[in-house]
Design a protein around this ligand. Structure first.
Ligand code: DHB
Length: 316
């Protein structure tokens, strides 16, 4: 028998545990003909703000070893245009749509969510309190535990849909932020967003990105992401959606084992746009081979009891 692949966040059921990460899948329409989106647990939209944003000047993307740096600056069409021009297509897809929201004030987050909450076809919200590339909001919110708590509390009052807080790894103890979000009413945590990084052009001795630093993503950050998800999993009861350099079924399984209830595929969508569907299928096959009734049986099953061989004590 095939294992159960679905899982639930705040009464909303998702058909499987594999999502595509915000900013790597546009508004779902750019890859429409390339990818079978009905294989996905859901789509996280590019971050939406109240007004359209042009984003940062070029250069905004640089390839780095096993990853990339970006400084998009939250370029997006704004919530009104999204609702009018993009949501009708997204609604027609056989997967769930999570709207990712970015803002430079608590009021702006609230206003964007309020506008969306009266519309059908948005399954939930992922709140970006962790963009490294903007002056206002972004990381200044995501690295301030009180602010994360305040934003979560205010948004919780406005919606009964799943509220997911996306955290930055650019802090000392990410679990403190996860705990604050949980206490303030979040239904889930997404982790991790990108790590601040810098690339240099040796011919000019200038930074490669126009904003000097940017957000590092891709397989290069996977071990960091696994450690952060593991840390959060020890601290909260709400589900964690693990993100960071997932490039294969095996990578996704590692995130489930350290405590993520679901995963997002980000940077690898640029390499292989259909990879998330392939990974969703791969997880199901693994669970079947392991004779599991439900993929969820894998979550948080890391055996962290390290047994040292007798040889070790003899050597010391
Ligand atoms: C952007 C936003 C992010 O949250 C991120 O991790 C990287 C880039 C951006 O739009 O600049």
């Amino acid at each position: 028998m095939s294992p159960v692949t679905s899982f639930t966040i705040r009464k909303t059921e998702f058909q499987n545990r594999v999502f595509v990460a915000s900013g790597t899948f546009g508004y779902g329409d750019e890859v429409g003909n390339l990818v079978d989106t009905s294989l996905l647990g859901g789509i996280m939209t590019k971050s939406l703000s109240l007004k359209p944003r042009a984003g940062n000047p070029p250069r905004r993307i640089v390839e780095t070893p096993s990853g990339m740096l970006n400084s998009i600056g939250l370029a997006n069409i704004g919530v009104e245009k999204f609702l009018k021009e993009k949501l009708p297509f997204l609604r027609s897809l056989r997967t769930k749509i999570i709207a990712n929201i970015a803002a430079s004030s608590t009021d702006e987050y609230c206003e964007v969510l309020r506008l969306m909450d009266s519309e059908e076809g948005i399954a939930g919200y992922e709140i970006n309190v962790s963009c490294p590339n903007v002056k206002e909001g972004g990381l200044s919110f995501g690295t301030d535990c009180k602010k994360v708590r305040e934003i979560t509390e205010k948004l919780r009052l406005l919606t009964d849909r799943p509220l997911i807080i996306k955290l930055t790894p650019n802090v000392t103890h990410i679990s403190e932020f996860a705990r604050a979000a949980q206490e303030a009413g979040a239904d889930a945590i997404s982790a991790i967003n990108t790590l601040v990084g810098l690339a240099i052009d040796l011919r000019t001795r200038k930074p490669k990105l126009s904003t000097v630093t940017g957000g590092l993503s891709g397989p290069a950050i996977k071990p960091v992401a696994l450690a952060k998800v593991y840390e959060i999993a020890q601290a909260v009861e709400i589900p964690i959606i693990g993100i960071g350099g997932i490039a294969s079924t095996e990578d996704a399984l590692e995130f489930l084992i350290v405590g993520a209830s679901a995963v997002q595929i980000g940077t690898m969508n640029f390499v292989e746009p259909s990879i998330a569907g392939t990974i969703a299928r791969g997880i199901e096959e693994y669970a079947q081979r392991q004779n599991l009734k439900d993929v969820g049986e894998l979550v948080g099953t890391l055996d962290a009891n390290i047994e040292f061989s007798p040889l070790y004590s003899w050597l010391h």
